[in-house]
Design a protein around this ligand. Structure first.
Ligand code: IPE
Ligand code: IPE
Ligand code: MG
Length: 239
């Protein structure tokens, strides 16, 4: 199996990392941003064309207001501090998730990051922010229904490929490998459509501890897997 083209990461365990050190949860989120910076650099070094990170889910609004505000603040800080370097390194930034529910200044920052880096080709960093798989699918269905209502789209044209193009990830290949840290083994509403045939690697380490070796080992694990997409293994096809 060749290297994955697209790796998607559910960055989980910041709170538990902090708790284990007797620190407030926000300290875990801050350490998580540092791990994210390194993950982007490492994915670039390993020649991974697409990296998606799950940074804030559509369900994370149910956390205490102070934690939500800390997470919003960290996204602002990340874009402010890292955008120039990402751009310098040829990283194209894209965001997926519902922007309508975000503060206007965050929306503007996301748009600025996307516009500035739109022409970059070294690597694509997809930030899933205020993202939920079901919400994304419902918003895509809404766009399709409205196009059909206007007579711009025939119901017969709604194939899986056509549907996929209406998702926030339109134009981005499906993730080959989904990594989740912190020992939890669930999707938590992440890429429900796109992960149909992804390989999964669950790691016990908390996100702030995720380093170059973890990424490299996850890639090796992926390369040792066999993907069949409902078919039979190539070596068994003739027998
Ligand atoms: C992941 O860490 C970051 C976000 C969900 C924003 P958590 O905050 O979920 O950390 P745990 O799972 O409580 O340890
Ligand atoms: C998933 O982690 C969301 C992100 C990593 C942004 P959660 O910590 O929110 O997921 P649950 O609540 O454990 O399922
Ligand atoms: Mg969590």
């Amino acid at each position: 199996m060749p290297k994955p083209t697209h790796i998607a990461i559910i960055m989980d365990g910041n709170g538990r990392w902090a708790k284990a050190r007797g620190l407030p949860r926000v300290a875990g989120h801050r350490a998580g941003v540092e791990a994210l910076r390194q993950a982007v650099r490492n994915a670039g070094d390993f020649g991974i064309p697409f990296l998606t990170v799950y940074a804030f889910s559509s369900e994370n609004w149910s956390r205490p207001a102070s934690e939500v505000s800390d997470l919003m603040g960290l996204l602002r800080l990340f874009i402010r501090r890292d955008l120039a370097e990402l751009h310098h390194n040829g990283v194209k930034v894209r965001a997926i998730g519902d922007r309508v529910g975000l503060e206007p200044d965050i929306r503007a920052m996301i748009e600025e990051a996307e516009n500035l880096t739109a022409g970059n080709t070294a690597m694509t960093l997809v930030i899933a922010f205020n993202y939920g798989g079901r919400d994304e699918i419902a918003r895509a269905a809404k766009k399709i229904a409205s196009a059909a209502e206007k007579g711009l789209l025939s119901p017969d044209a709604v194939t899986p490929d056509a549907f996929g193009a209406f998702l926030d990830t339109g134009g981005i290949p499906d993730p080959d490998l989904v990594i989740r840290t912190s020992g939890e083994q669930r999707l938590s509403n992440f890429m429900l459509w796109q992960a149909a045939y992804s390989e999964f690697v669950f790691l016990p380490c908390y996100w702030p501890d995720f380093g170059r070796e973890h990424l490299s080992e996850a890639i090796d694990t992926f390369m040792g897997r066999e993907r069949r997409y409902g078919g039979v293994a190539a070596r068994d096809a003739a027998s």
